[in-house]
Design a binder for this molecule. Sequence first.
Ligand code: ATP
Ligand code: MG
Length: 440
Amino acid sequence: MRLSRFLLPSLREAPREAEIVSHRLMLRAGMIRQQSAGIYSWLPLGYRVLRKIEAIVREEQNRSGAIELLMPTIQSAELWRESGRYDAYGKEMLRISDRHEREMLFGPTNEEMITDIFRSYVRSYRDLPMNLYHIQWKFRDEVRPRFGVMRSREFLMKDAYSFDLDQAGARHSYNKMFVAYLRTFARLGLKSIPMRADTGPIGGDLSHEFIILASTGESEVFCHRDYLDFDVPPADTDFESRDGLQAIVDRWTSLYAATSEMHDAGEFAGVPEPDRMSARGIEVGHIFYFGTKYSAPMGAKVTGPDGVEREVHMGSYGIGPSRLVAAIIEASHDEAGIIWPEAIAPFRAAVLNLRVGDAATDAACGDLYRGLEAAGVDTLYDDRDERPGGKFATADLIGIPWQVIVGPKGLAEGKVELKRRATGERELVTPADALRRIVG
Ligand code: ATP
Ligand code: MG
């Protein structure tokens, strides 16, 4: 992408209303635009990052055996009356009526709808286990939307729903998501810690929140320091092995880790003092097992091997890709701006033309840009007629991992400068070497 042709409304100063660094940087980098309280447009740069996060979430859901579908954002109140949640949900639910005065709502979550889909098509234990998920916008009329997309009213959620014949099966389904979540957050460059959690209005008795540590997090958390050094399960983990997955989950739940709602000061005191960590954290995912809470009132049953019908055991599993954009920035930035992990950077490389209009510089930049794009590297070519200082600042602000700085002085010696955003290291190399290094 040529920057001169892109929409990148970056700002020198952060708007005053932005309280936390991720919100400030997202506004300064021209990633989002607030349309009304807690409702944002994703501008081109922000949307690229959101889509990359979504793709990693999707890959890990698929790896664990979950199946993607897509449910609508607008739901009918009728379904929610079946579960009893239409009245229970309260003011967070945005209620709408259509031209026929039918009561509708903008979905805050999808347990009812997925249970309806399941009961309409699945009748036999032979079709289980099944885990269905979608990645769809949700609306919750939060009392205090704040911190930009960290706590917004409209936000993107990956929500998965598992169906099993019995509790032991549901436990395996839960463990699959547990392991998929560990892998997902690690691939996003985050250290996540699963913490015992309150089940809240969704109910049930087995629940973990996946928390990343950040000083601006809204949750107060307590955990054993060793979690920070735990190894994440590899890509070839066998998700079908019940014992294998249980062993991973047992290890990841063997040490103390709880959010303030579930914190037990007495038990925490048993953790050796140097290992005790109390910190602030951001909830990026939440998994629940809730048994027959929805299948019972909504009549979602399957026939077991003995020919007897039983209500299915369910769980639900959420990740917030839009909150993750902000969470990753909280975890990875410096004075100059965002430092994107390569896997989700809006562009992996930038080519900075320091003398637009100089024939040799333009030609070298054009060659590099086309070479990188041809090798499959998302590249931003800063071809604007601007001072070098402004170009360096923009590339650092928007966090591009690899930056190739091209000017007439270097080119006279056949060299360009290759800069890593994360470390600030710079090296003089030939254009061909720069390309080779970035393509990797
Ligand atoms: P919180 O306690 O932060 O309000 P929650 O417990 O209501 O979250 P869930 O219902 O479990 O959240 O939703 C699953 C995921 O969706 C959360 O882990 C989070 O990543 C994301 N999420 C929830 N609410 C919001 C919001 N208002 N803005 C952005 N993301 C959100
Ligand atoms: Mg909430």
